[in-house]
Design a binder for this molecule. Structure first.
Ligand SMILES: N[C@@H](CCC(=O)N[C@@H](CS)C(=O)NCC(=O)O)C(=O)O
Length: 237
């Protein structure tokens, strides 16, 4: 067994967060690819939530991408990816939380509502609000860049990055756009997207579009199964 193993799925943006951080910190690790569509029976023993990513370090398991990444940064102190001071670390956590509680739900809502013109317009408005908040309350106030928190990359960059890689999908399928006023956000993306860790883990737009088609087909199948079973559908959340 390798000292560090990462259980991952190539299309998973959360697992990509952890792959990015392990690569950035130059930590040798074994990548264990799990086909989530056809998962091995033993996987439920490794992953308490049945999800990827899971990190196994010296036989002990850590899960949830944000927690894995903070664990890795603490357990392997070389090339630190969190600020040295408590206020800086609080800022980093605020923005990682913002990604999970504001940006991702807004992007998800847009993808779910994209077929209905009125719902799509509302969802686009919300996503644009989030992008402006990132630009004007986040990036422009925090630092001059080029990274989220300043001149050096941090966990915040790799927390957002997989989901800005997928921004091209929101553009292609749901009418999202890089807002002209969000110049710092755009230059942030160009900076982080040129890093070797990203080049090693990114996929093409066609790959992401294909994943989206699979997801749509799966959701349609699940809805059909729910209707056939006469189970009232649950609201998302
Ligand atoms: N909050 C989790 C989300 C991880 C997640 O949703 N992973 C998906 C793949 S992208 C998964 O494993 N899904 C399998 C399942 O839900 O059964 C994290 O940050 O690690």
């Amino acid at each position: 067994m390798a000292d560090v193993e990462l259980f991952s799925f190539t299309a998973c943006p959360y697992a990509q967060r952890s792959r990015l951080v392990l690569l950035e910190k130059a930590i040798g690790f074994e990548l264990v690819e799990i086909d989530l569509h056809n998962r091995p029976a033993w996987f439920s023993e490794v992953s308490p939530y049945g999800k990827v990513p899971v990190l196994r370090h010296q036989g002990r398991v850590v899960y949830e991408s944000a927690i894995i990444n903070q664990y890795v940064d603490e357990a392997f102190p070389d090339r630190p990816l969190m600020p040295a001071d408590p206020f800086g670390r609080a800022q980093a956590r605020i923005w990682m939380d913002y990604c999970d509680t504001r940006y991702l739900p807004a992007a998800h809502r847009l993808m779910v509502d994209r077929e209905s013109p009125e719902k799509r317009a509302t969802a686009l408005g919300k996503l644009n609000e989030v992008l402006r908040f990132i630009e004007f309350e986040g990036l422009r106030k925090l630092s001059d860049g080029p990274y989220w928190l300043g001149v050096r990359p941090s966990l915040v960059d790799f927390h957002f990055l997989p989901f800005f890689e997928r921004f091209a999908v929101y553009v292609e399928l749901a009418g999202a756009a890089w807002l002209p006023e969000c110049t710092r956000l755009r230059s942030w993306y160009d900076t982080v997207a040129s890093r070797d860790s990203f080049i090693a883990t990114r996929h093409t737009l066609d790959f992401h579009l294909d994943q989206q088609r699979r997801l749509n087909a799966l959701r349609a199948q699940q809805q059909q199964a729910t209707i056939s079973a006469g189970v009232p559908s649950r609201p998302e959340g």
